[in-house]
Write a protein that binds this ligand. Structure first.
Ligand SMILES: [Fe+2]
Length: 256
């Protein structure tokens, strides 16, 4: 969990990246966009389940900032090893990193992730959030690109490709871009691979921080009375049957 001060500091880092790396014209539009949704995005989780990564208030911005930092560092590694760095710009790299998961915000009216209302799912499945059914389905990259274009924020072909394929081959839909065997069908830039590596690295680090300490502690044993006794089973069944009005249904369940 992050403190209010950490959430504020992360938001400042997020905005500084836009100021520093995005050129005039687009910068103002991007800042206006993020100011419009500031309250939502600042406290958004990066995922709805604890099993995923950064599923806590402020987790989204913390993750995005890490992806920006990892992308810049990965870029240096690729350059040192001989990748052609003339095929994309630093602005394209950072713009793609900043906006790669934007589709997680939902649409203009509604957030994608809202607090979980089902206590059982919250307690047993670690789902502190749930999907908001008011938001029609779209993949994260598709929704993110839609949100950008619907707010007049243009993106380059490289940025479109990087945002679209940032999940790499974890998303089958990316096969058409990333599994091509013909040289002319392969991406003409390493940008999508650099962004994917940065995202993978950030998510892995966030997983380790959340889960490795838990694995070091002994696993709690299941409560002894978890399994219903014969008597408890019978009274539960009788109670359930008494609530059924249909005789057919009653007979059916009575045989179970
Ligand atoms: Fe991500």
């Amino acid at each position: 969990m992050l403190t209010a001060e950490q959430i504020q500091a992360n938001w400042e880092e997020f905005c500084v990246n836009i100021h520093k790396y995005i050129t005039a014209g687009r910068k103002e539009k991007l800042l206006a966009f993020y100011r419009k949704y500031e309250e939502r995005i600042m406290i958004m989780p990066a995922a709805h389940k604890k099993e995923y990564h950064n599923s806590f208030p402020g987790g989204y911005v913390e993750h995005v900032n890490r992806v920006v930092r990892c992308a810049i560092k990965q870029c240096q590694l690729w350059e040192e090893e001989g990748a052609d760095m003339t095929t994309f710009t630093v602005e394209e790299l950072v713009f793609s990193a900043i906006n790669h998961d934007l589709g997680k915000m939902g649409n203009e009216e509604h957030e994608s992730y809202i607090p979980q209302t089902d206590k059982w799912r919250k307690d047993k499945l670690g789902e502190d959030y749930m999907f908001n059914k008011q938001v029609p389905f779209a993949s994260v990259p598709d929704r993110g690109l839609f949100m950008l274009q619907s707010h007049g924020i243009r993106y380059t072909f490289n940025e479109m490709l990087a945002i679209q394929t940032h999940d790499g081959l974890y998303d089958e839909a990316n096969s058409k871009y990333l599994k091509a065997f013909m040289p002319e069908q392969k991406p003409r830039t390493s940008l999508p691979f650099i962004l994917h590596q940065a995202d993978l690295m950030a998510a892995r680090i966030e997983f380790e921080r959340e889960w490795l300490p838990k694995f070091k502690n002994p696993v709690p044993t299941q409560a002894e009375n978890f399994t219903l006794t014969k008597e408890a089973k019978k009274s539960t069944k009788d109670k359930a049957l008494s609530q059924l009005e249909s005789k057919g249904l009653k007979d059916l369940f009575d045989k179970l």
